[in-house]
Design a protein around this ligand. Structure first.
Ligand SMILES: NC(=O)c1ccc[n+]([C@@H]2O[C@H](COP(=O)([O-])OP(=O)(O)OC[C@H]3O[C@@H](n4cnc5c(N)ncnc54)[C@H](OP(=O)(O)O)[C@@H]3O)[C@@H](O)[C@H]2O)c1
Length: 238
């Protein structure tokens, strides 16, 4: 049977690399695009690419399709978190956060209409963040660019529904992965416990994200489209 093909941005990230490991074990073929790569795995193909090169997206994806076949699923896991008080944010910061968090996803979803590049019934998941629905100090760049993803999937889902393509966002809270462990070592342990205590079901796992994506892109998901699925162990309920 033909292996289903996933186009993944952000494969070198902590969540992104866990997506690669999880879906490669499920026998998907994963085409990862990012500037760096540490992964060498069965079913995984890495392409060095800076997502700021907006004009080259169609050319790059056409090359990948020529080599591997049409894409079945798109997962946008690339992201930048630039924590900055709003009074010192400059235009370059705004462009950089929006370029990676939303514009790059927007331009790839636009290509999902192209029948030569994406298979029928293709699915897409954008990894946004719980901060798309909440606010905090220093978070204006992150929150606004992640919130834009929610608007994108709502309208794109309607346009893509004609071809039975489904497109959704997931918005995770804090994941207890390598990144969090590094952060925990840098800050006071009381700060770490304070954060953990805000999660009624505890911090998330990479697996929680992978299982949700697996369902959303699968053929079993016949009906969920244009939605934002919050994965935060109850954090945003309090
Ligand atoms: N970790 C969490 O707890 C958490 C919680 C909620 C939401 N999220 C979101 O989940 C997603 C994945 O998170 P993560 O923890 O895996 O992030 P991460 O470890 O910081 O990785 C970020 C990824 O984005 C890619 N990227 C950034 N700028 C790029 C550029 N100019 N061109 C190409 N790729 C670029 C990086 O690739 P290169 O640097 O190799 O190019 C890397 O693969 C992000 O969107 C993040 O905002 C994370």
């Amino acid at each position: 049977m033909r292996k289903k093909i996933i186009l993944l941005t952000g494969p070198s990230g902590s969540i992104g690399s866990s997506i690669v490991k999880y879906f490669s074990k499920l026998n998907f073929k994963i085409l990862g695009i990012s500037r760096n790569n540490q992964l060498k795995l069965k079913n995984y193909f890495h392409y060095k690419f800076d997502l700021h090169n907006f004009d080259l997206y169609e050319k790059k994806i056409t090359e990948l399709v020529k080599e591997h076949g049409k894409i079945d699923y798109f997962i946008h896991s690339a992201g930048v978190l630039n924590l900055k008080p709003i009074n010192i944010v400059d235009k370059k910061d705004i462009y950089n956060s929006f370029d990676i968090n939303i514009f790059s996803a927007f331009l790839i979803i636009k290509l999902m209409k192209n029948k030569k590049l994406f298979n029928k019934k293709a699915g897409a998941v954008i990894i946004s963040s719980i901060m798309s629905e909440l606010g905090d100090s220093g978070m204006s760049l992150y929150s606004s660019s992640k919130a834009a993803c929610l608007g994108l999937v709502r309208s794109a889902a309607i346009e893509l529904s004609k071809e039975k393509k489904r497109i959704n966002c997931i918005s995770p809270g804090t994941i207890n992965n390598v990144m969090f462990k590094k952060f925990s070592k840098k800050v006071n342990s009381s700060k770490v416990n304070e954060l953990k205590n805000k999660y009624p079901l505890g911090l998330g796992r990479n697996l929680d994200i992978n299982l949700c994506i697996e369902y959303l892109i699968s053929d079993n998901n016949n009906w969920i489209t244009g939605q934002n699925i919050v994965l935060d162990g109850g954090f945003s309920l309090k």
